[in-house]
Design a protein around this ligand. Sequence first.
Ligand code: PMP
Length: 305
Amino acid sequence: MAFQGATKVWKDGRIIPWADATLHVSSHGLNYGTGVFEGIRCYATDHGPAIFRLDAHVERFFRSAGVYEMDLPYTRAEITDACREVVRANGLGDCYIRPIAYLGSGSLSVFAKDCPVEVAIFAWAWGAYLGAGLHGGSKVLLSKWRKFDSGMMPTWAKACGQYINSALAVREALKQGCDEAILLDQHGNLAEGSGENLFLVKQDKIITNGEDAAILPGITLASVLEIAQDLGLATEVRTMRPEEIFESEEVFFTGTAAEVTPVTELDHKPLSGGQPGAVTLRLQKVFLEAVRGKNAKYAGWLTAV
Ligand code: PMP
């Protein structure tokens, strides 16, 4: 079973069997990618399953929908409760939650006036996104595909069709024996991974790029920056040049799925001696404690299921 532990789906306000959560081939969202989604992790903690930064994810879900002028027929509180409900209904602990809203069937004109906005939330037990890379380091390809510019598509929105760009890049990376791709932006600066934000550790400074870069502003990125500052580490948010990857002591990814994953190889050449760096591992340790409710300072980031 590809979606381990998934037996129930929240769809348009009701919990239904997984097998019944289907859509019609004429759906606008399928034909043109007109949908928005979120990726959220829930963790088993000593106090039961807890969802990491649920409010921030629900906020971004509504922000993405707003950009595409999709009126979600639910409130933020209803979506928040539905995320918790779907974890409970499936009896899951550690899991990944996927809220999605898309234009359903009604018309295939691109301007789509008559398509209903359908909303679903499903969840399943998903392990480390980059597998053993989480602890051992991931191998990355600098993609020949560029990340689209914010003047082409709203980079700050998490929209279905926008991921065609990521799919091209990651497919190329896998074909070349790598685990993940890094994309440059239109100007040749570093953008991000196909599904992660990118950090450099250079002269003991934690560096990443900001909303003005062609990135999805990550909730994990913001959390890791906060953790770094709490640890007294210097941080800098600025444009990053591709050559800086090789000039840095350490490189790592952040993302809901990837969590904090060291990058130890670029284009088949070792980075930081081919081993996860000490600063990366320090940030990763605090992050993984925070998500599991083992660090009281970050207890406010967790919502009990
Ligand atoms: N960039 C892209 C393109 C992504 O898909 C993701 C995953 N949502 C991220 C960055 C990281 O964002 P977050 O930390 O909010 O998951």
